[in-house]
Write a new protein. Structure first.
Length: 260
């Protein structure tokens, strides 16, 4: 099975349904506020990214990586940045382009995989904004290397990612009322570790297949790619989203700066 193609199709389906909070374009009032300096964006489900993580974005070249959906990229463009949005899903990119056209924003869209995009976008970027998404990639070390390749020295990488412990649990079972019992070894791969019937049902429902990644790869991988970690925070989802929410943060975010 081609997991890459399946996840692309799954995100197209998610985007076209419009049910996910990550697939709902911002409205004109939100863009107008951003133009006046009143804006915030998220790397993780709820907590706004600290504004000082961005530095001065007026005129900055920002690449939004796997963050399509008509939200973060248009907001940053309205705040004064020149934005390139790179995403695997053409449906998610179409929402970025739709908001940009409606609002007259400087925003380019490019369809590409987060593990191999540098040859399509050039270099010299000031900032990469990578909202929580690398759970859909089987390998993440190439992601950090690609980000380093396109950033200028001193450029910033803002990344969100899942707490790997989230993937210890069978969330289909938990959502159906089952116990919060560790089921899987880490790192988790839905393509490898889910029972065949359960995996086939997810594919039938056009749901993306996910991977966990170690903190060694998430944080150590950024350092190995030439970044220095300068900021970190945790975030939670909601009790409606996961029964794990009262017990632990489900996602993390980092601010890293390219050496040089």
């Amino acid at each position: 099975m081609d997991i890459h193609a399946h996840n692309r199709d799954a995100w197209n389906a998610e985007s076209e349904s419009g049910d996910s909070e990550w697939c709902q374009p911002v409205d004109a009032a939100t863009i107008a506020a951003a133009r006046n300096g009143d804006w915030s964006v998220i790397l993780t489900p709820n907590k706004p990214v600290p504004r000082d993580w961005f530095g001065d974005i007026k005129g900055a070249r920002i690449l939004c990586l796997a963050s399509g959906g008509g939200q973060q990229a248009p907001m940053l463009a309205a705040a004064g940045a020149t934005v390139t949005s790179v995403d695997l899903s053409p449906a998610q990119l179409a929402k970025d382009a739709e908001v940009a056209a409606r609002e007259g924003l400087a925003l380019e869209t490019i369809e590409a995989d987060m593990t191999a995009f540098s040859d399509k976008v050039g270099s010299g970027y000031d900032l990469v904004f990578n909202a929580t998404s690398n759970l859909f990639a089987s390998r993440i070390l190439p992601v950090w290397r690609e980000c380093a390749a396109i950033l200028k020295p001193g450029g910033r990488l803002l990344a969100g990612f899942m707490n790997p412990d989230f993937f210890l649990f069978d969330h289909d079972e938990v959502d159906a009322g089952g116990p919060l019992t560790a089921r899987f070894h880490l790192p988790f791969s839905a393509a490898r570790d889910l029972p065949v019937g359960q995996r086939e049902e997810r594919v039938r429902r056009r749901e993306a297949l996910e991977y966990s990644h170690s903190l060694e790869d998430q944080i150590g991988g950024q350092i190995a790619a030439g970044f220095t970690i300068e900021g970190f925070y945790e975030d939670r989802w909601s009790a409606d989203a996961t029964r794990l929410d009262p017990y632990m943060p489900t996602s993390f975010a980092t601010l890293a700066r390219k050496s040089g």
